[in-house]
Design a protein around this ligand. Sequence first.
Ligand SMILES: [Fe+2]
Length: 211
Amino acid sequence: MIRTRQFKLGPMDNFSYLLWNDDTREAVVIDPAWQPEKLAEFMEKEKLSLQCVLLTHAHPDHVNGVPFFTAANKDLPVYLHEADHFMLPSKPPVLKHVTDGEKLEAGSLKITVLHTPGHTPGSVCYQAGGGVYTGDTLFVGQCGRVDLPGSSAEALYDSFVRLSGLPDGAAVYPGHSYNGDKSTFGVQKEYNLYLKLARAGRREEFLKAVR
Ligand SMILES: [Fe+2]
């Protein structure tokens, strides 16, 4: 059984996530930031063994907890799309690239990578255990900002077209608590303006709405 836990941390209502296999106790952490010790405490209490760190993108509010884990284990792999490497404040000892469609195996955990540029060039979503960890690409009822260095509204549209094809039953686990903490693709296809426009192929309206 795959389990997940959401941690709301820091001054910007960021979410860090733990994902683990209940039987093997193998775990991965997604976007550790602000108070990584909270994740470590939980892992210790639940006797979880950390396999790797997954980053949805390299903005500081999603990665500032990485050194906490790599200082404790210099062999810990940290995964990030290559297009976001330039934004990392410091390079982890074991930095690995993820690519679109790649299937990562972290112990017994299987995670599929979806490259979803737009908010940043290297933004990815991780699909695992019936959920999709969407970082700052897709929020509950919103989409990620595209007014930052390296952002692209056009790329975000293409990414949203892809995301609109994901199954209705898949959970949405966003990178911030904006409007809500989690949802499903079924609900977002109905109520998220940006996902609705992308799903309907209404590109010009999407581009106008995000700017
Ligand atoms: Fe971001």
